[in-house]
Design a protein around this ligand. Sequence first.
Ligand code: ADP
Ligand code: MG
Length: 703
Amino acid sequence: MGRLTDSVKFVPGVGEVRAKLLEREANIRTMGDLLYRFPFRYIDRTHVYRIGDIDENTSAAFVQFRAKVTGKAFAGEGRKRRFSVFVGDGTGSAELIWFQGIKWVEKRFETGREYMIFGRPSFYRGELSMVHPEVEEVEKALARREQSGLQGIYPMTERLSEAFGEKGFYNTICNLWSLVRDDIADYMPVAMRDRYGLVSLSEALYNIHFPQSAERLRQAQYRLKFDELLGIQLNIQSRRTARTTARDGFIFNRVGEKFGTFYNTKLPFPLTGAQKRVVKEIRQDTVSGYQMNRLLQGDVGSGKTVVALLSMLLAVDNGFQACIMAPTEILARQHFATMSAMCEGVGVRIAALTGTTRAKERREILASLAEGAIDIIVGTHALIEERVQFANLGFVVIDEQHRFGVEQRARMWTKNAQPPHILVMTATPIPRTLAMTLYGDLDVSVIDELPPGRRPVKTVHYFDSARLKLFGFMRKQIALGRQVYIVYPLIKESEKSDYKNLQEGFEAIIRDFPLPEYRVSVCHGKMKPADKQESMRQFKDGEADILVATSVIEVGVDVPNATVMVIESAERFGLSQLHQLRGRVGRGGEQSYCILMSGEKLSADSRKRLEAMCETDDGFRLAELDLRLRGAGDINGTMQSGMAFDLKIANPTLDNQILQVAQAAAIELLDADATLSQPQNLPLRTLRDRYSGNTDTDFSEIS
Ligand code: ADP
Ligand code: MG
C-alpha cells in the first residue's frame, strides 16, 4: 500500500491541526482516505462570461469573467471592516468584496490591470457582486487553461473551508498526488478491466481529481463507481450464497389453528389483494428450507401490521416464538394494544417489552420468554439486549426498519442457535435497485394497494402569513368532531431552538383554542415516556382535539379520527418525512387534509419538495424525486437512515445501469471462485473487504 496508509498529516499543507480537523469533520485519517475524497462537482473553467450576461437567472453556481480594475475602497470598522474592488469589462461592472486578508488582497490589485475572476455570483439591487472570489492575472489564467478546463469542487464543511479554503484544499490534493501516485496498485485483473471497458485505477484516480478532458473524467467516474458497486455486490452476493446454501431455515409447514381462528373470525376486514400476495410470499419462504430475509415495502397506511401479525401467528402455530421490534416506545405500545385486542380469544400469549417496562415485570417477561411461555413479544430495541433470551425464536419482524442499523438487525439473528426468519418493514419506499444495494441481501415484497375506501389526503401549502385562515379551518374541522395534529421540526443540531418553537407554538395554540371549548395536548421527545404515553392516549381516545408534537409521531401512529395534519416549518423536513407525517391522517373514512406551513423565503429545493407534496400522494414517486433532489453528493445523508454502505461516488438510482453490470460481474466471479482465492482474484478481496462494513444507527437520532 506504500504511503496510502500513512497519516494524512504528512501531506504538505496538512500538518497536525488540519489532520485532526479532517478526521473530525470528514473521517479522513490516511492519505488513502484523502485520495478517495472526490470532487462532487466540476466547473468548466474554459468558459469565460461577459459581466453583462451574468444575472439572477444564470444557472451556474460559479462563474468566471475577465475584467479590469476601476477602483478600490475600504469600508466599515473593526470586525465589520471590508475591502471592495470595482471591476468592469465593457458590458457591465461588478464589486468584489473581502472581509479577511484585506491587506494582502489590497496589494495584489493594480488599478487598470486585467484579471480573471472566479466565484459565486450574488446580486444586490441587480448589481453583480462576489465575496472572496478567486483572482488570477489574466496571462497566468490563460496559460493554465491550456492544461485542463475542468476543476473539481470538493465537498467541504464550514470548518474545513475555513481551515483550507477552496484553493488550499485543491493544492493539498495536488501535493497528495505527487506523494502517492506510485503506490496505486490496481486490484482488478487486466482481463476483467478489458472486458468491462474500465480504465486503470491510477488513471481513474488521477482524472477524478484532475480531469484531463470531459471524456477522461467520464471514464474515471465510471471506473470508480463500478468499483464501489462491485465491492458492495461481492459482499451481498456472497452473503446470499451462504444463506441459500446453508438450508438451515425453520420450516413452517403447518397453517394451524391460531392462524385459522384469527383469519376466519377475528380479522376485522378482508385483506387487500396485495396483502394476500405478501402473506403468500412469506408462506413460500417459510417452507422453502432457506432462512427468509425479506423486505416489505408498503406506503403509509397500506396495512403492513396485519401482515406481520399473520406471519407471526404462522410461526406460533408451528411451535415457534415471534417478535416485532418498533423504533419508538409509542409505536411499540400501539402495536401491543392493537395486536392484543385483535388476538383476543385466539389463544396466543402476547407481551410487551420496552425501555420503560418496570424491573419486576421485566424479570417476569424475561423468564417467561426464556421458558417459552410467551408466544409473541412486541417491543423496542430493548429486545436486542443480551439478556433477552428466547426458548425458540422463529420469526422476527422489524418495523420501520430505516430507523435501525444493519448491525442491530443482525443481532436479532443470534437470538436462536439457528437464525430466525426476518421480515423488515418500511413505509419509506426505496426504489428496488436501491434497496438491493443498500439493504444487502434481501428479497423484496411490495404492498402497492391501499385498503378500500381511502380518500387521498388533500395537501396545500400556506405561507405563515395565512395563519388566520389555518386557524379558521381547524375550528371548522374540530366542530365536525375531528382531531388535528400540529407538528414542529426537530433537527438535532438546533434542538434547543426547536423546542422553543414548539413551546411557543403550543402557547399560541392554547391562546387561540382555549378551554373548555378546545382541549390541546403536547408530546415531544424531552417529556418523560409516561407523560408522552398519556398525551398520546388522550389524543387517541378523543380527549384532546389538537395534538402539538415533534416528529415523534412520524412513525406508525394510528388515530383514524384525526383528519388534519399541520406541519410547521415544512421547508425544513425531507420529502420522505413529510410523506410519513401526512400518512398519519386519511386513515378513517373522512376527507383528510395536510397543511404545509412555511416562511416566504424558500430555497429552490424546498419549493420543489413542497410542490411535489401538493401534487402527489404516491410514496414511491416521492421517494424517487427525493433521491434525485438530494443527488449523489448528499447520498451519505441516507446513512443516518440505516444505509449499510458508505458510497463516495456511485448513486445506485442514477447509476442503475452500472449497478446491474457490477452485479452480474460479482455473480460471475463468485460462481467461479466463491472465496476469491484464485491468484488473479486475490487482490479483489481488497475491494470486497472495503465494503463489508456496516453502520449502526445512532439512537439519539430517534426523538
Ligand atoms: P402501515 O402499513 O402504515 O403500518 P397499518 O398496518 O397501521 O399501516 O394500517 C393502517 C390502517 O389500515 C389500520 O387502521 C388498519 O387496521 C387498517 N387496515 C389494514 N388493512 C386493511 C384492509 N385490508 N382493509 C381495511 N383496513 C385495513
Ligand atoms: Mg406501520
